[in-house]
Write a new protein. Structure first.
Length: 284
């Protein structure tokens, strides 16, 4: 009895399921390695596509960001973000956040984690922190590799603006950092959806697919112009507001509104996940 009392008195919830342990577990999983490989290969796929198709050119005379892809490494990195922000970068966020709790339930290991004992709130905080960290790492990996590949192929130079003008290399890198940060914030809604669904189901694919599906629905609704100003309350409406940051004179209002919308939705969804999981009868 004294031994049990000594263990209980020395127990600290902060020492259960350390972040480094959860991080190592998630890094070793096959889906993490595959997702990293896909993102790392995308710049090479685009490089080959531009090499086969020649320099991109506008058919109607209007220059777009895609038309400047081969102007410099910075432009190539910006194009990679542009083509992937709408969907490809949604997948790792939904995967890392939606698979994290549901996978434990599907393996029937969740109840053993809680019996360790790991407090439920501590379990969710550890998994959410690692999932968001991996999501951010995925978003950093893509432009970093794209910048390296683009620089090797097209040279290190200023970021050419489609509307005219250019950003020097130092400013361009700073603006790309802002762009990645905003894309990450804009994807917090998908992270919140995936994480909430992960606490509600024992099927990881259900949580991941549900988050991706609802994100697509948001994109579809944003395309319905009949909704008018109601679209301003959709996170998808602001997902490309980062384009205002890669201008000679950046405009921040769209990014501020998008950040406010995304963070609000995400906080509500994270709160629902913690509240529901605290009351959930865990049997798997």
């Amino acid at each position: 009895m004294s031994a049990l009392t000594e263990v209980a008195s020395g127990f600290s919830a902060r020492h259960t399921l350390p972040l480094r342990v959860e991080l190592v577990r998630q890094l070793k999983r096959r889906r993490t390695l595959i997702m990293g490989a896909v993102l790392a290969l995308l710049p090479f796929v685009l490089l080959i596509a531009f090499a086969i198709g020649g320099d991109p050119s506008s058919r109607d005379g209007q220059i777009t960001l895609m038309d400047t892809a081969t102007a410099s490494g910075a432009n190539f990195a910006a194009v990679n973000l542009f083509v992937s922000a709408g969907f490809l970068l949604v997948i790792p966020v939904a995967l890392f956040c939606g698979d994290t709790v549901a996978s434990e339930a599907s393996w029937s290991s969740l109840r053993y984690l809680l019996a360790a004992p790991v407090p439920r709130a501590r379990l969710l905080w550890s998994k959410l922190a690692v999932a968001l960290g991996l999501s951010l790492a995925a978003m950093i990996l893509l432009p970093v590799i794209a910048l390296a590949v683009g620089t090797a192929a097209y040279g290190w130079g200023p970021l050419q603006i489609p509307t005219g003008g250019a950003l020097d290399t130092g400013t361009a890198v700073q603006r790309l950092v802002v762009t990645v940060a905003y894309i990450f914030v804009s994807q917090l809604v998908t992270a919140g959806l995936a994480f909430w669904l992960s606490t509600k189901t024992d099927a990881p694919l259900g949580a991941v697919g549900g988050a991706v599906g609802l994100t697509i629905v948001g994109n579809v609704l944003d395309a319905v112009t009949a909704l008018g100003h109601w679209r301003d309350f959709l996170p998808a409406h602001w997902q490309f507001a980062w384009a205002d940051a890669v201008q000679p004179h950046p405009e921040w209002s769209g990014m501020i509104q998008g950040t406010a919308i995304s963070v609000t939705y995400a906080l509500v969804l994270f709160a629902l996940a913690f509240r529901g999981f605290a009351r959930k009868d865990v049997v798997s």
